[in-house]
Design a binder for this molecule. Structure first.
Ligand code: FES
Length: 88
């Protein structure tokens, strides 16, 4: 279990779960816009990492033209404790 800080609150994200970080945060009450429902298409779940390391970019993320430093929370999980900032 890793700790992910968002807007001053820490959330637990299970890095060993099949469930991506976005769905795990939403289940704990975090409001994340997920227009495509986690399919990796809409980019509304994008975040930047202020601290921490995350799993490698998925093929879906690589196909997206994400600005430098942005990741899709529906496509990754944390490798370490960290702090993130949502884009939307
Ligand atoms: S929810 Fe649409 S890209 Fe993540």
């Amino acid at each position: 279990m890793k700790k992910i800080k968002l807007k001053g609150t820490e959330y637990a994200v299970d890095e060993k779960s099949e469930t991506p970080m976005m769905q795990q945060l939403v289940a704990q009450g975090v409001e994340i816009i997920a227009a495509c429902g986690g399919a990796g298409i809409c980019q509304t779940c994008a975040f930047t990492a202020k601290e921490g390391k995350f799993t490698e970019k998925t093929d879906t993320e690589k196909m997206m033209d994400l600005p430098d430093g942005q990741r899709l929370s529906c496509q990754c999980k944390p490798l370490t404790d960290g702090e993130i900032e949502l884009i939307y």
